[in-house]
Every structure is written in structure tokens, then in C-alpha cells.
Design a protein. Structure first.
Length: 253
């Protein structure tokens, strides 16, 4: 005999249980919280130690230029109070008895008979040296503090300060050297300590000008280089394929 069945609509054949499917090749489970990504490249040698940031060549050049400008400005101001050149006039060169003397400084020009009355006039070469030194110190402060790169007119101010110190020192040096053109016929000119100090200040200003200009050019070139293409990113892996929905059951009457 057949077993009695329960009344009601026919539900159709039973749905087979879900069978797990194998993941596609190359798929890996998503990384856990705080764990390394399975798609990340292997860590380099020495992983775990903080990397040392590379030094900035422009910052090192700015510090060197600032130090050169400060030292050059101090020497320029100090040389303005020392003797640039001294000329003596002989009556008889064979006797080597000077009778007339001229002493040139950046702030004064003194001439007169030796052992007698002298006359002194004011010169404005010292004012030029003082102005160039002040501007050079201001440019050095910008370079040493790093503001020479951040300010819009910072590069122009730093290069201009170095060029101004170079121009003022070279101008006073040329003026003192021109006093030698009157040598002869019993007149002799010798250079004093101020001339040599001013020469060193001029060389320092020249070095600062070259260093600052080259560093500014390198920084401008590096800023103008366009950025490279964006880094390639690995797309996120797709999960396992979804199972198709079960077909709807049609009730049987």
C-alpha cells in the first residue's frame, strides 16, 4: 500500500544543497585588519628601520651662500676703516726722504707734507660698502632661514644681495688700484691692510653669487620638470562567482 500524502500544492523536487566552488586562479582572500596585503611587493632588505631622508642640495647650497655673505659683509665693513693705499712723494729718490704723503681710506682722503699740515676730505666709498654689507646680511638671513625659496621674490633678493656686495667691493678696489697710475718721478704707492681685506671680501661675494645663482637655477629647473605617470595600481580581486538563483516552483493543482 502507498503511504498517504499530505494535502496541498506540489512544491516540486527538493533544491540541491549549495556546493562550494573552487576560487579562480590567482585569487586570494582579502587581507585581514592590520595584516600585509597579499599583492604587496616583498619588503626591501632592512625592513622595519626608518629610512633616512635624502639631503636637500639646494638647502646646503643656501647655507653655504649665507655664511659666505655674512663673512664677506663683515670684512667689507672692517676694511672701510683701514688704509686702502698710501702714496709718498720724494724730493730726491737717492736720499729716500719722503716729503709728501697721501693716505686713502674708504671714508677719508688725507694728503699733506710729512711733519707739517695735512688736509682731509670725506669720501663716500665707505657708504657704498656699508650699503652693500647691509643688503648682503639681509640676503644671508633669507638663505640661512630657508625663506629664500618660500618667498615669491626670495631668489631675486638673495642673488641681488650677493651681486650688490660683489659690485661695491670691486668698485672700491678698482678706485684704490687706480692710484698707482700716478707712480713715477719720485712717487710710490703701496697697498694697506684695508685693500687686502676688501679683496678677500670681494672673492667671498663672488663665490656667494655663483653658488646662489646655480642653486636657484637648479631649483627652478627641478620645479619645471613635469611629474611622471601615476603609479600602476593592482585592481582588487573579484570574489567567488555568485550562484544563480533557484528556479521558481510552480504549484501543481
Amino acid at each position: 500500500m502507498t503511504e498517504p500524502t499530505q494535502p496541498g500544492p506540489y512544491a516540486g523536487p527538493p533544491t540541491p544543497p549549495h556546493q562550494p566552488t573552487a576560487p579562480p586562479p590567482g585569487w586570494a582572500p582579502p587581507p585581514q585588519q592590520g595584516g600585509p596585503s597579499p599583492y604587496a611587493p616583498p619588503p626591501p632588505v632592512g625592513y622595519g628601520r626608518p629610512a633616512t631622508p635624502p639631503g636637500d642640495p639646494a638647502a646646503a647650497a643656501d647655507r653655504a651662500s649665507g655664511a659666505l655673505l655674512i663673512l664677506g659683509a663683515l670684512l667689507a665693513v672692517g676694511s672701510s676703516f683701514a688704509t686702502l693705499d698710501k702714496s709718498v712723494q720724494y724730493v730726491d729718490e737717492a736720499e729716500k726722504e719722503p716729503v709728501y704723503e697721501t693716505v686713502a681710506k674708504a671714508w677719508s682722503y688725507t694728503s699733506g707734507d710729512i711733519g707739517g699740515e695735512t688736509e682731509s676730505v670725506t669720501q663716500f666709498s665707505g657708504l657704498l660698502l656699508l650699503l652693500g654689507a647691509l643688503v648682503a646680511v639681509a640676503a644671508a638671513v633669507l638663505l640661512l632661514t630657508g625663506r629664500g625659496r618660500r618667498l615669491p621674490l626670495g631668489p631675486a633678493l638673495t642673488v641681488g644681495g650677493a651681486v650688490l656686495l660683489l659690485g661695491t667691493t670691486l668698485s672700491v678696489l678698482t678706485e684704490a688700484f687706480n692710484d698707482t697710475q700716478w707712480d713715477g718721478d719720485g712717487r710710490t704707492t703701496t697697498f694697506g691692510a684695508g685693500f687686502y681685506l676688501l679683496g678677500v671680501a670681494c672673492l667671498l661675494a663672488l663665490a656667494a653669487t655663483v653658488t646662489t645663482a646655480l642653486a636657484t637655477r637648479r631649483a627652478t629647473t627641478a620645479f619645471a620638470v613635469p611629474a611622471g605617470p601615476p603609479a600602476f595600481t593592482v585592481p582588487a580581486p573579484a570574489g567567488p562567482p555568485a550562484q544563480p538563483p533557484a528556479p521558481p516552483t510552480v504549484p501543481r493543482s
